[in-house]
Design a protein around this ligand. Structure first.
Ligand SMILES: Nc1ncnc2c1ncn2[C@@H]1O[C@H](COP(=O)(O)OP(=O)(O)OP(=O)(O)O)[C@@H](O)[C@H]1O
Length: 643
């Protein structure tokens, strides 16, 4: 149920450092504060190394000389050092918290912006949970890495180096004993890194799968309950959860083994140094104070050394999170960069402003009927060349879904269609014939594999997307609403629309009545995905959203399917007014919707098989007649009226 559709983990495994270096552009604005934070942390950490040296002075000085005031003074000095260390730790947090929260926010915004621009085909392939987990848990992990892990990897690394220099300067023989475990530890860390990276990647992908299941379960709760599938859902969730638990346990096992070795080897070395040091003190080669100072320094290095296991583990997970983040960000946006920067004017005689008064210079060709072979009819001759070049034109359009099985025929295989300026064209075809696919090509939700689509003579691929979105408005068969008010959902259709336009659009879609009856009118929240509304109400709001900007081109995918007969008749009447002022392509399954159109195009076998009026096609096209009158093939009687 949560087939992993996206190429998870397909990117070649980079080394941890190389992966993490990709964060540099995002971290750049915070690098000053980051470096200051590291410097402060280093000073704080050095305090813990200075304390043993002060201790040596106290043991060899005032304690040996039995000087109580000297001991008090030494104690006070150690207390001041401790307070200073605590203050510096607080300062580090203060320095890093805000800039790193901004880095996280910037990365999340970049991801969101990119996701909005990626084509529908990308979203078809990637489960939403995988994207959600990248935008949430992965980015949170990266903030923790930058704020804590990166700092302490650097600081503790430096502290260990400085500490060993001090140890070697204090007692080089004992220092070498402590250095002995370094070589086996480096080898072990390398071995661990490879295995832990793999486990971390698996776990993070599994979290994405789990998120998808939870999301689907919540959104599909009605189906789950309606079909009594909650036990099956629970079992599916439990199975995925168990997989994740196994992976996490494997990770914990790896980390536990590394941690144990990182702790045991230095402890053994300290034990050996203690035995050797005591012998040197007994031989008089070393003072007791010097041994205390040496061992205190060595013990002060315990936390930096021991923390390395945990820090390396989080660094590994952060590298994986970085890879997962950039797997999405690296997906190119088709046409980005090639797109014209400025929204140039559409070279036609009737270019409206953004969703402005459409078709003012092009008279509506409401009566144009030409038998449907693409030759302009009587109405079209009124507008001469504008009609010939204008409107919506598809030329030899071929489309194949990127993830279609190899060798399968394209969904659209040479579509030629001309919707004249001001004309409404119904698109009819058997289920699965490609109607929705064809409509999605006009606003470039999918890119045509080959062929050309023009709006008023201008190729849509040569148009800035913003301009295309202004010209073309859509209503989908599945009316998607957002967690916002009813009015805000409609206003999404036109950025600068005012209250009066909202009222008009609601009236056109016959949504004004039920919206006014909501507790706070159009300001009423419609709940997640508008699920507090009925299917027909959602569809009418989606229709209002499509028509609010008085778009020049309207693409409607069976916009009346969820309406009852009475409301359908009301909406149809209002739609006629809208369609009279725009060029429209309307996917239709029912004769009542077809009758809104001037002409009908029949999509069959990936091509436009016939174009004509409803009545013409009923008479002349067997497939069309079967689609409109019932499942049984057969030619209807002459003049067979729809419905
Ligand atoms: N994202 C996708 N990836 C691969 N194939 C797809 C995808 N979406 C649709 N298809 C296939 O493309 C074909 C056309 O689908 P489309 O939804 O365009 O048909 P339709 O004519 O609108 O059907 P209906 O009348 O049932 O809504 C179908 O065979 C479908 O399985």
């Amino acid at each position: 149920m949560t087939a992993h559709r996206e190429p998870s983990g397909s990117a070649a495994h980079r080394s941890t450092v190389r992966s993490l270096l990709r964060l540099a552009p995002f971290v750049r604005p915070a690098r000053g504060r980051l470096l200051m934070g590291m410097a402060v942390a280093l000073v704080a950490s050095s305090m813990s190394l200075v304390v043993p040296l002060a201790l040596k002075q106290i043991v060899d000085g005032p304690i040996a000389a039995r000087d109580p005031s000297g001991v008090w003074l030494g104690g006070l000095a150690i207390l001041v050092l401790g307070l200073l260390e605590a203050g510096l730790i607080g300062l580090r947090r203060l320095l890093l918290a805000q800039p790193l929260a901004e880095v996280e926010a910037a990365m999340r915004s970049a991801l969101y912006r990119h996701l909005q621009r990626l084509p529908v085909s990308f979203h078809d392939r990637w489960p939403s949970g995988q994207l959600l987990s990248r935008a949430t848990t992965d980015l949170m992990l990266l903030r923790i890495f930058l704020a804590f892990v990166l700092t302490f990897l650097t600081v503790n690394g430096l502290t260990i180096c400085i500490g060993f220099v001090i140890l070697l300067l204090q007692q080089w023989t004992l220092g070498l004993v402590l250095l002995a475990p370094v070589v086996p530890l480096v080898v072990l860390c390398h071995y661990f890194e490879e295995r832990y990276s793999l486990a971390a990647r698996t776990a993070q992908d599994q979290v994405g799968d789990l998120t998808t299941v939870v999301e689907e379960s919540v959104l599909g709760i009605r189906v789950t309950k309606g079909f009594g599938r909650h036990r099956a859902q629970e079992r599916a969730f439990a199975a995925l959860s168990a997989r994740l638990r196994t992976t996490e346990l494997h990770k914990a096992g790896l980390l536990g083994a590394l941690w144990a070795l990182i702790m045991i080897l230095p402890e053994l070395a300290i034990g050996a140094a203690l035995v050797l040091g005591v012998r040197q003190v007994a031989d008089g080669a070393l003072t007791a104070g010097a041994l205390v100072a040496f061992l205190s320094t060595a013990l002060a290095l315990r936390w930096p050394v021991e923390s390395m296991g945990f820090l390396l583990a989080v660094a590994n997970e952060s590298a994986t999170a970085t890879e997962r983040y950039f797997e999405v960000l690296d997906v190119p946006v088709p046409g980005a960069g090639a797109e014209p920067r400025a929204a140039g004017p559409v070279p036609d005689t009737a270019a409206p402003g953004p969703r402005g008064t459409p078709g003012a210079a092009i008279p509506a060709v409401r009566t144009a009927v030409d038998g449907g072979r693409g030759r302009p009819g009587a109405g079209a001759t009124l507008v001469g060349r504008a009609a010939a070049d204008g409107g919506l034109r598809l030329e030899r359009v071929v489309f194949r879904y990127p993830d279609a099985p190899p060798g399968s025929p394209p969904v659209l295989d040479g579509v030629d269609l001309h919707v004249r300026p001001g004309e409404t064209m119904a698109l009819v075809g058997a289920t699965g014939s490609g109607k929705t696919t064809l409509t999605a090509l006009v606003p470039r939700l999918h890119e045509a594999t080959s062929g050309r689509i023009t709006l008023d003579g201008r190729d849509i691929t040569a148009m800035p997307r913003e301009r295309l979105r202004e010209l073309v408005s859509m209503a989908f068969e599945e009316p998607t609403l957002f967690s916002a008010s009813a009015g805000e959902n409609v206003l999404m259709g036109a950025a600068d629309a005012q209250e009066a336009e909202l009222e008009r659009a609601l009236a056109v879609a016959r949504a004004d009545g039920f919206v006014a009856a909501l507790p706070q009118g159009h300001r009423t929240q419609v709940g997640e995905q508008g699920l507090s509304l009925s299917g027909g109400q959602r569809q009418r709001l989606a229709l209002a959203r499509a028509v609010i900007g008085s778009p020049r081109f309207l693409v409607l995918d069976d916009p009346l399917s969820a309406l009852d007969v009475h409301t359908e008749a009301l909406v149809e009447r209002a739609l006629r007014e809208v369609l009279a002022t725009t060029t429209a392509l309307v996917v239709a399954h029912r004769p009542s919707t077809v009758l809104l159109a001037d002409r009908v195009a029949l999509l069959s076998g990936g091509r436009i098989a016939a174009v004509g009026t409803h009545h013409q096609l009923l008479r002349t096209n067997e497939e069309y007649a079967a689609l409109m009158t019932g499942p049984l093939p057969g030619r209807p009687a002459e003049g067979d009226a729809p419905r």
